[in-house]
Ligand binder design. Structure first.
Ligand SMILES: NC(=O)c1ccc[n+]([C@@H]2O[C@H](COP(=O)([O-])OP(=O)(O)OC[C@H]3O[C@@H](n4cnc5c(N)ncnc54)[C@H](O)[C@@H]3O)[C@@H](O)[C@H]2O)c1
Length: 274
């Protein structure tokens, strides 16, 4: 697939990659979808800031990219700390020569409980990480995105089918992920005019990563005990997506192939919730 993308890119006059000379901050990129996203972005000529709370894994991802000839730097830290957000942008701008073109708001985890057992701590942590942090990142990004240099600017919010359709035991995650849709549309309406900033939401269904590994194991056992129910009955493609498939959509939306797409929510869910 990557060869095919290169072929099309060359035809469209992007011989150095779809994101050549760009700089991207990808949060939560030490593993899973974010790490794949970092790899695919670098393949397309982007320089990447690997942002994650897990310093060792973030360094590993950045080292591996550099070992393969790409440009990446790890800036580890906890996005729930305001000082880290400032540090992240300071280091990103330094690394990017004063420019930042793309932010992928991807970092996150789930902390599930049914409504009547959900504590304030459950609620506040998840809403902070999935809704407030992306807002703070975008606010901090303003000087780098409200520019008229004619270069592409993209803000991607990673959401979930739980945010679009709700999900039992995930009221905190569902509202925070749903909020991302409004965040995206507001950025598209404020920063599209005058600056050409595109903002889009990518909502995943079931993607195989650490986030889903434990839940999936539990579900599968239950299904087997229940007597051989067809796995993934709610997904028309009958399988989860891979981190590479998920990251490929993020790349597609950030790329010039999507240059007239803004304010949209793209579901990557194998057809689930149609
Ligand atoms: N995997 C799925 O099926 C699925 C479905 C829908 C949405 N999503 C969303 O996709 C995104 C990526 O998920 P994933 O499946 O790759 O999960 P993952 O657990 O593999 O990766 C998430 C990363 O975010 C980092 N992170 C968490 N809290 C952080 C914090 N406070 N500061 C900095 N970094 C932090 C983690 O360290 C981790 O590396 C998340 O926003 C998730 O909600 C995933």
């Amino acid at each position: 697939m990557s060869d095919r993308i290169k072929q099309i890119a060359n035809q469209l006059n992007y011989p150095k990659g779809l994101l050549a000379s760009q700089v991207a901050i990808i949060t939560g990129s030490s593993q899973g979808i974010g790490a794949e996203c970092a790899r695919l972005f670098v393949n397309e000529g982007s320089r990447v800031i690997v942002s994650d709370i897990d310093a060792a894994k973030a360094s590993h991802v950045a080292d591996k990219i550099r070992g393969n000839g790409g440009e990446a730097v790890a800036v580890p830290g906890d996005l729930l700390r305001d000082e880290y957000i400032k540090e992240l942008f300071g280091k990103a701008a330094e690394f990017g020569g004063g420019k930042i073109h793309t932010i992928v708001n991807n970092a996150g985890f789930t902390w599930d409980a049914v409504i009547h057992k959900m504590t304030d701590k459950h609620w506040e942590t998840i809403v902070a990480l999935h809704a407030t942090v992306p807002f703070k990142l975008v606010r901090e990004a303003a000087p780098y995105f409200r520019t008229k240099d004619g270069e592409p600017r993209n803000i991607l919010k990673i959401s979930s089918t739980s945010g679009l359709h709700g999900n039992a035991s995930q009221i905190n995650y569902a509202i925070a992920k749903a909020g991302g849709v409004g965040l995206t549309k507001t950025i598209a309406k404020e920063w599209g005019p005058g600056f050409g900033v595109r903002a889009n939401t990518v909502a995943f269904g079931h993607i195989e990563t650490r986030l889903t590994a434990n839940k999936e194991a539990g579900t599968f056992v239950k299904k087997q005990k229940a007597g051989g129910v067809v796995p993934y009955i709610d997904i028309p493609l009958r399988r989860p997506g891979s981190a590479t498939e998920a990251a490929s959509t993020i790349l597609a939306i950030a790329s010039p192939f999507s240059s007239h797409i803004s304010g949209q929510t793209i579901s990557v869910a194998g057809g689930r919730n149609m």
